[in-house]
Design a protein around this ligand. Structure first.
Ligand SMILES: *Cc1c(COP(=O)(O)O)cnc(C)c1O
Length: 345
């Protein structure tokens, strides 16, 4: 499949490594049926460019190229107060000599603090031009359009990037990842039985699925919901995967049964900690020196651990965990992940 007709900026000059996690796998096995568990590997998309990068880096390669082609001078996007997506979008803007503005949705009431650390601190350090905080449930598209209109009145040109960079164009970033993965497994003589990925605004899960279908990669993908259970998440992922396939001109209907997500690991609420996330973050850190974040990858790894303990990921199966980044928010939750602050069960 040829992506070369889509303009692309490059923010990562290498393929992200695929690494085995033998000590993590051994520790996990002790709590799996019969004391045997899956062989867990990781693809290090936390090492992507616009460091500390993450999955948004891949989507922005296509989105920012489009913004530049359209002559935009400002990127406009939205997210939560500790949004990785906003921070990486800002980094891309700075690198390209563009301005950047955010609409910040206070999804957890009272969670926005002007002097917060983590990603919010980096917004300030990298010089976000303007940031408007709106209450949970505010419609983001009109709020961003209003920002673009304000800029237009000043003779400037904004380019709106949807939350998480998850539209058809952004999803191409994970089609490119599918192709990278295919090349790496071929070159390294590796094969995987399952890929586990976080599923939020769905560009990563949906884009990867479109890339697997388009490249005839038969490995099943399981998404772990970070903000929704399957009844709400699966339709979003299906829509994204279909939009990406359509943009690619594949002439294919995405089979509904290829969209698989698992719920129950994100509660009590998006971005709010729970005990299984804390266990996962500690286990990865203490067996492999692998750092996960509390909002996304910690909950996704908790899902992988849960599936292994239920026997859904079987003994000896080789599972690839896609590490999507998110490390800066770890510092916002230090007491939580060290176990000194109490969290939901
Ligand atoms: C945004 C994000 C996700 C979720 O990816 P989507 O494409 O929004 O589904 C997962 N992990 C991290 C670290 C993120 O920042």
């Amino acid at each position: 499949m040829d992506l070369s007709r889509f303009p692309r900026r490059r923010y990562t000059p290498f393929h992200t490594p695929i690494e085995p996690l033998p000590r993590f796998s051994a520790a996990l096995a002790t709590s799996c049926p019969g004391g045997r568990g899956p062989e867990v590997w990781v693809k290090r998309d936390d090492m992507l460019g616009l460091f500390p990068g993450g999955n948004k880096t891949r989507k922005l390669e296509f989105l920012v190229a489009d913004a530049l082609a359209q002559g935009a001078d400002t990127l406009i996007t939205c997210g939560a107060p500790q949004s990785n997506h906003c921070r990486i979008t800002l980094a891309a803007a700075v690198k390209e000599g563009l301005q950047c503005r955010f609409v910040i949705e206070e999804r957890v009431p009272g969670s926005f603090h002007e002097d917060a650390s983590g990603n919010h601190f980096m917004f300030r350090l990298m010089g976000v031009e303007a940031l408007s905080v709106v209450p949970a449930g505010t419609a983001m598209a009109p709020a961003m359009q209003a920002m673009a209109d304000e800029l237009a009145a000043l003779g400037r040109k904004g380019y709106i990037i949807p939350g998480g960079g998850s539209n058809a164009l952004g999803g191409l970033g994970y089609v490119a990842c599918a192709q990278e993965l295919q090349q790496q497994t071929f070159e390294q003589g590796l094969s995987f039985d399952q890929v586990i990925v976080g599923s939020g605004s769905s560009g990563t899960h949906g884009g990867l699925l479109a890339g697997f279908l388009g490249n005839r990669i038969a490995i099943p993908i399981t998404g772990i919901g970070v903000s929704r259970d399957p009844a709400d998440q699966d339709p979003l992922v299906h829509k994204e995967a279909q939009a990406v396939c359509d943009l690619l001109g594949l002439g294919m209907t995405v089979p509904r049964e290829k969209v698989v997500s698992v719920g129950g690991y994100w509660q009590p609420k998006y971005s709010m900690p729970n005990a299984r996330m804390v266990e996962a973050v500690q286990l990865a850190a203490r067996t492999e020196g692998l750092l996960l974040d509390p909002v996304y990858t910690g909950k996704v790894m908790a899902g992988l651990i849960g599936l292994a303990r239920e026997g859904c990921l079987r003994a000896g199966e080789r599972v690839l965990f896609l590490h999507t980044g998110g490390l800066p928010s770890l510092h916002e939750y230090e007491g939580v992940v060290l176990g000194t602050t109490e969290v939901a069960p």
